[in-house]
Design a protein around this ligand. Sequence first.
Ligand SMILES: Cc1cc2nc3c(=O)[nH]c(=O)nc-3n(C[C@H](O)[C@H](O)[C@H](O)COP(=O)(O)OP(=O)(O)OC[C@H]3O[C@@H](n4cnc5c(N)ncnc54)[C@H](O)[C@@H]3O)c2cc1C
Length: 396
Amino acid sequence: MTHHILIVGGGIGGTMTANHLVNKLYPEIRAKKVKITMISNSPWHYYKPAFMYVAFNSFFRDELRKPQRSLLRPEIDFHVEEVTQFDFAANHVLCRSGKKIGYDHLIVSTGCLPAPEKIEGLKEAGDHFYQHAPARQLADKLASIEKGRIFITVTFPKTHNVPHQCGIAPIETTLMLDDLLRKRGVRDQIEIVYTYPTVAQLLRNCLFLQKDTCEVLPTIFEQRGIKHQRGFTLDRVDPSRNIAYSVEGQEENFDILMATPPIHAVEAVRNAGISQAADNEGWLPTDHESMKVLGLENVYVLGDTVDLPVSKAGGSCHSQSPVVVNNVASEIRHGRICDAYDGKVVAIAQMGLEDGMPLWYDYKVDVKPTPPNKLGGLMRKGFNRGVYWAVARGLV
Ligand SMILES: Cc1cc2nc3c(=O)[nH]c(=O)nc-3n(C[C@H](O)[C@H](O)[C@H](O)COP(=O)(O)OP(=O)(O)OC[C@H]3O[C@@H](n4cnc5c(N)ncnc54)[C@H](O)[C@@H]3O)c2cc1C
């Protein structure tokens, strides 16, 4: 019998998993006992964190994407197809093209999407850096603003204990913004206000989603003259007056509203009928250790589509992917799983335009912030420009 492993989604989670599976199951693949197929709805692979740099004019489109096929081991059968329906009971997916693709083992890594339309007025009046086109629009505004007020908001998913995409991104971009405006010589004429909602994953009334980092942030912001405000949960925006309203009853004017918008899973996952997430966000119920979708013995999920309490980050995929690979390989070879995810997330935060700070945490231990420095900045640059692609290829 040939085991067919189907991976849906050619982002960082799916790509590194597919390549690692080839390494791990090479003898079975050579003997045609295992076949690996990947389908993704784009022929391109985007290094998504670089959208943040696009907003600061330091990355252009062709520097942040590569053809997906070029990142995959030749043993992987790759097709550009969009899944429109998951039929878990029948072990197949349906594609927009009309194709039906069956599997023995399914791995879902379809990421998440910004959904600014979930907040009244945000799509019209707000800006964000979580996709290429909105980041380009923000870049034009940041490159030309001479005076005024840049107001920063963060929105969390409504699902209990699930964070927004890349937890540290709002802080990274606030510090990058301060540096950019100083470089442009306009910082004295522009007020930057960083805000955080009343409920941030599990914490309340703070400036970040983990306690130790919350405690150092006021000093970091005050040294740079960045105003900060707790308890601002974005409720709606009036595009005609450029005013952001909070659930808590505040009204704040802005010249640029730099938002972390609501997010949700992709449509096919939201419609799959097994999510327990609030507000139709669609996160798949994920076993914290095995990375299987709860209740489905042959379906795994990783990356931004999970409902785990860890950052929706490439730095999470990097630790989840080996667990998925080990468990699928062990099921094929030994009929049982053998590995468990401990919640580890490892990344290097971009703290301003030049400095970086390595960070790591897991289910039990929060990030311990360390002083950002130039060496961290160099490591982040190396990751942005090269190491990321080696990670995707399964080499790191
Ligand atoms: C601005 C920004 C900054 C970030 N900064 C960092 C950072 O500093 N560090 C960090 O670790 N992470 C960061 N992240 C998060 C990181 O990029 C994501 O967590 C990571 O890309 C998630 O990987 P994934 O495989 O789950 O999804 P993705 O990488 O989003 O891949 C999803 C894939 O699925 C495909 N797909 C979607 N729907 C379908 C469908 N129906 N059928 C077939 N294919 C489909 C897509 O084309 C895509 O290829 C950042 C993200 C953003 C946007």
